[in-house]
Design a protein around this ligand. Structure first.
Ligand code: GRF
Length: 193
């Protein structure tokens, strides 16, 4: 039985992907231990959900006007103290500095609600709708020093259907995310990519 890797999950909002990952760990379909859930927003609903699940949580709000590296310093310290081997971004809305990424090279994973390289950025679902795309999807990738960029681990298409709104499309994208993220993490942690 291989050892379970310790992971950190970083969130800014709802935390539904964090919950899907935590449920998969509990069920045993994802062999990993969530050592810490980190947010840049102390009021993030996902942080409360994590605490309710008994997970260790850490909030570190960014100071306006401070350098990104300064804002990230307490988070890097928390990650190092937790001794995690993987950092899983699940709706973390701050862009990580190149120095943060270099501190954990090839060890940061992200999920994006579009088929990268199409529709990078914070409004991927809206952008796909506005572009009139017939389909969009979900990408899980390793994070490099560019935004929504890096080696792709998994992608799955989601069709855009007539009269879709941002909300209706988001529901179907989230369904795929909640299945694809834990499954891809299990492969990444325990199989060769
Ligand atoms: C997801 O759609 C993810 O792809 C994007 O941010 C969203 C987070 O949603 N990066 P949640 O907080 O996991 O519900």
């Amino acid at each position: 039985m291989p050892e379970k890797p310790k992971i950190a999950i970083m969130i800014s909002g709802t935390g539904s992907n964090m919950e899907a990952i935590a449920s998969a760990c509990r069920r045993g379909s994802l062999d990993a231990v969530i050592s810490i859930v980190i947010s840049d927003d102390p009021g993030a609903p996902g942080l409360k959900k994590a605490a309710r699940r008994g997970l260790a949580v850490f909030a570190s709000p960014y100071e306006k006007g401070a350098a990104r590296e300064e804002n990230e310093a307490p988070i890097i310290e928390a990650l190092k103290n937790a001794g995690v081997s993987w950092i899983v971004l699940a709706g973390y809305m701050k862009i990580l500095s190149p120095s943060f990424v270099r501190t954990f090279p090839g060890r940061i994973v992200n999920i994006h609600p579009a088929l990268l390289p199409s529709f990078p950025g914070a409004h991927a679902i809206k952008d796909a709708l506005e572009a009139g795309a017939d389909f969009t999807g979900v990408t899980v990738h390793i994070v490099d020093e560019y935004v929504d960029h890096g080696p792709i681990l998994a992608q799955e298409e989601v069709a855009v259907i007539p009269n879709d709104t941002e909300d209706t499309l988001a529901v179907r994208i989230h369904e795929v995310e909640h299945r694809l993220y834990p499954k891809t993490l299990q492969q990444l942690f325990h199989e060769d990519y």
